[in-house]
Design a protein around this ligand. Structure first.
Ligand code: HAM
Length: 439
């Protein structure tokens, strides 16, 4: 048996190519969030357990069976965060909400003890947004537009935006009563989970996927039919604004989210290329209460980065990966190493991506390595060039070469990097390479 230690199922190691794609998604998200006036918040990766149980809800799948909970040495119950909203609300309450409108975003690892499958990990990554304080239906709509802008900015099309309203706080008793009356007589033919939800949160029955429960669910009234005129008006306003912004929301009367803190507007964005776990992002309006004077109204969403990447893969869109080096420095002869070593540092300090051989390989082997590296340029220096203060500069794609004073290298490599295709074709048409400095 191997003594190698395996990683925990449902976790991944990200190597540079994969990290680069994520960095690109994260920086795109930052740019979009900034346009909407959102600033970054970073909260701890673990919290007191009751923060999650009291906000997400005792009866939810997350709190019942998916949290990584442990006791620390002082006997306190702590939990690795399964989501970000509860922590952001706690942090904002600590600062005091007052009349402020907090507009925050976050990105980071979340942990849920789920059975791993495609699009479902135990440690996954979310990018989320929370608006807390002074939240209106227009805030809900703006956040949804922001989410769709972000998905468009990373190049994702083919998305379904499903929205629903689950009514305001005043509608709760009416909703529970209507669904109890509907499902009560039908419970006998339904699954155990539905029987439990009937007791804990009857609305969640609408979310059951089991075959045997569908008939009763199909026959149920939609929430929008049950809620009062005010909540219905709030929902209409959200839909009107989404359409005004050019989106095409689908009203989905069966959409209820898996966390208990939601009210009014709820939504999910799905991609058909993802299979069973097709929700890229989900969110809505929420109210979280930790007791007297500790009630927070907010609105937000979180998107799953891994699912976003799977959707991009399904559309054949890679996103931005690693940058290739600008230049590979070849040392002709071992004596050239110290001078080239110095030059490499100088070029790197001027901002260029530089690779060089550190193993004393032959010029031929170094040229092969340069080719494999994808570098645009190769600079070759041996004793002669070092003595004369020059270097041989070679453009890999065209095979053209120039002899260049070493002091001009950095500038030549940088202007070369900026040279547009137009200039390139013009130079080729003129048969005149000296515009770029032929010797
Ligand atoms: P959520 O629906 O539980 O909502 O998660 C949001 C997104 O995180 C999902 O749509 C999915 O893309 C991703 N996700 C969730 N679980 C996993 C998993 N096990 N593996 C991979 N990806 C996963 C929330 O977390 C709420 N806090 C969203 C929110 C923010 N509501 C208001 N503000």
């Amino acid at each position: 048996m191997s003594s190698r230690i395996a990683s925990v199922p449902g976790t991944v190691d990200l190597f540079p190519e994969e990290s680069a794609r994520r960095t690109w998604i994260e920086s795109t998200a930052r740019t979009v969030f900034e346009r909407y006036g959102y600033g970054e918040i970073r909260t701890p990766i673990f919290e007191r357990t009751e923060l999650f149980s009291r906000s997400i809800g005792e009866s939810t799948d997350i709190v019942r069976k998916e949290m990584y909970t442990f006791e620390d040495r002082g006997g306190r119950s702590l939990t690795l965060r399964p989501e970000g909203t509860a922590s952001v609300v706690r942090a904002v309450l600590g600062r005091g909400i007052g009349q402020n409108a907090w507009r925050l975003y976050y990105m980071g690892a979340m942990l849920r003890n789920e059975r791993p499958q495609k699009g479902r990990l135990r440690q996954f990554h979310q990018i989320g947004v929370e608006a807390i304080g002074r939240v209106t239906p227009a805030t809900d709509a703006e956040i949804i537009v922001l989410l769709m802008d972000l998905l468009e900015a990373v190049g994702l099309g083919n998305l379904r935006l499903r929205v629903n309203s689950i009514g305001g706080p005043g509608d709760r008793p009416r909703i529970l009563e209507a669904y109890r009356a509907h499902f009560g007589p039908r419970l006998g033919g339904m699954c155990e989970d539905c029987a439990r939800r009937y007791e804990t949160n009857v609305l969640r029955i609408l979310d059951c996927k089991r075959e045997g429960c569908q008939e009763a669910i199909e026959a149920a009234p939609s929430v929008v039919e049950i809620i009062g005129p005010e909540a219905r008006e709030r929902f209409r306003e959200v839909l009107t604004l989404l359409r005004a912004a050019g989106l095409e929301p689908e009203e989905d009367p069966r959409l209820v989210r898996g966390l208990d803190y939601y009210l009014d507007t709820v939504y999910e964005v799905a991609h058909p290329g993802l299979g069973a776990q097709d929700a890229i992002a989900g969110g809505g309006r929420y109210r979280i209460s930790f007791g007297e004077g500790e009630t927070v109204e907010g609105s937000g969403f979180a998107l799953g980065v891994e699912r976003l990447l799977l959707a991009l893969d399904a559309e054949g869109k890679g996103g931005i990966g690693l940058r290739s080096p600008d230049v590979y420095l070849v040392s002709a002869g071992r004596d050239a190493l110290p001078e080239n070593f110095r030059l490499a540092r100088q070029l790197r300090r001027s901002g260029l991506l530089v690779r060089m051989d550190l193993e004393g390989r032959s010029v031929k082997a170094q040229m092969r390595a340069a080719d494999r590296s994808g570098a645009r340029w190769v600079v070759v220096r041996g004793e002669d060039e070092i003595g004369a203060g020059t270097a041989v500069l070679r453009e890999m794609e065209s095979g053209r070469e120039w002899k260049v004073p070493v002091g001009e290298l950095a500038m030549r490599l940088k202007t070369g990097r900026r040279r547009t295709d137009e200039e390139k074709s013009k130079a080729a048409a003129d048969g005149n390479e000296t515009a770029d400095g032929d010797e």
